[in-house]
Design a protein around this ligand. Structure first.
Ligand code: ASP
Length: 322
């Protein structure tokens, strides 16, 4: 395997966000993930690079793809994996994030994967715990493994990022996926566009240094990749759009709007999708343009690469070995 030489890929020993990653770290992870794409397509699907490591998945917010793919990734690498269900834990009895995490830390995990509703939660834990911390989504801040799996999917179809025009469309204001993708894609040389109604753009959207469009039809012109986002109703404190019907009319991706993008443009969505709200089923299910299922496959491979990369920084036998 290309990743067989045990050189560290992630210098900080954590994965907290794409804003903090260098181009070398990103490329290192994407290359390593390619090996895991290949492995995952064999009958065996397993290796033992994480043998002896304990991985804890601590999810304070609902997740389908991210949690299951981290679990699968850990198991395929030979780690002992524990999924911490927050509903049945002491968190529901009022224990704080830090108390829960330090309790888990005492069980001597090597890697903690955490999803939490507050921005900065993963970074806080990385400062307080002995293990490597992976951010699986912190509020509207970052979701680095989503951006990495998106990048892997794009690179497999387009070869490189240089000059590629990527439009991120929809609820940018509440999206950690958007932030992680803006940082990563800009670093890799892509031209990022944000397309959204004013109410769904962050107040300081200009600081990202990307092009901004409030008219989807204009924004889609010349675009290579159209990345759609879900309306994050759980993070909204009021009415941000007049109605989902009206939203679909102006910002939902259907065949007619997609035809305005570059011929051969590809469509992505991190899931979960709201069909008929931000994306029409006809587009989402069109295997000639939609990369949505491939994104899920790449999600397992990229999470294997991240866990492998972090394990390389661990002392033999685990971080906590005395
Ligand atoms: N699954 C992604 C996230 O956790 C996107 C979404 O929920 O809409 O942020």
């Amino acid at each position: 395997m290309r990743g067989a030489a045990h050189s560290p890929i992630l210098k900080t020993g954590h994965l907290l966000g794409t804003q903090l990653l260098s181009v070398e770290e990103i490329v290192g992870l994407l290359d390593l993930a390619e090996d895991y794409v290949t492995l995952n397509r064999t009958a065996e699907k397993k290796t033992s690079v994480l043998k002896g490591c304990t991985l804890i998945n601590l999810f304070f917010e609902a997740s389908t793809r991210t949690q299951s793919s981290f679990e699968l990734a850990g198991k395929r690498l030979g780690a002992d994996v524990m999924n911490m269900s927050v509903k049945s834990s002491s968190v529901s009895k009022g224990e704080t994030l830090l108390d829960t995490a330090t309790t888990l830390n005492a069980m001597r995990p090597d890697i903690l994967v955490v999803r939490h509703q507050d921005s900065g939660a993963a970074e806080l834990l990385s400062r307080k715990l002995d293990c490597s911390v992976v951010n699986a989504g912190d509020g509207a801040h970052e979701h680095p493994t989503q951006a990495l799996l998106d990048a892997l999917t794009i690179r497999r179809h387009r070869g490189s990022f240089e000059g590629l025009v990527v439009a991120i469309c929809g609820d940018i204001a509440h999206s950690r996926v958007a932030r992680s993708n803006i940082h990563l894609l800009s670093k890799m040389g892509a031209r990022v566009r944000l397309i959204a109604p004013r109410t769904l753009l962050p107040a300081d959207a200009e600081r990202f240094g990307v092009e901004i469009f409030t008219d989807m039809r204009k924004g889609l012109e010349g675009v290579d990749i159209v990345m759609m986002l879900r309306l994050q109703l759980e993070r909204m404190t009021g009415a941000f759009v007049p109605s989902t019907r009206e939203y679909f009319r102006f910002f939902g991706l259907d065949r007619e709007k997609l035809a305005l993008a570059k011929p051969g443009a590809l469509v992505m969505h991190p899931g979960p999708m709201n069909r008929g709200v931000e994306i029409d089923s006809v587009v989402a299910d069109d295997i000639d343009v939609s990369l949505i299922h491939e994104q899920v496959e790449m999600g397992v491979a990229i999470r294997m690469a991240v866990l492998d990369a972090l394990a390389r920084g661990l002392p033999r036998g685990g971080r906590n070995t005395p």
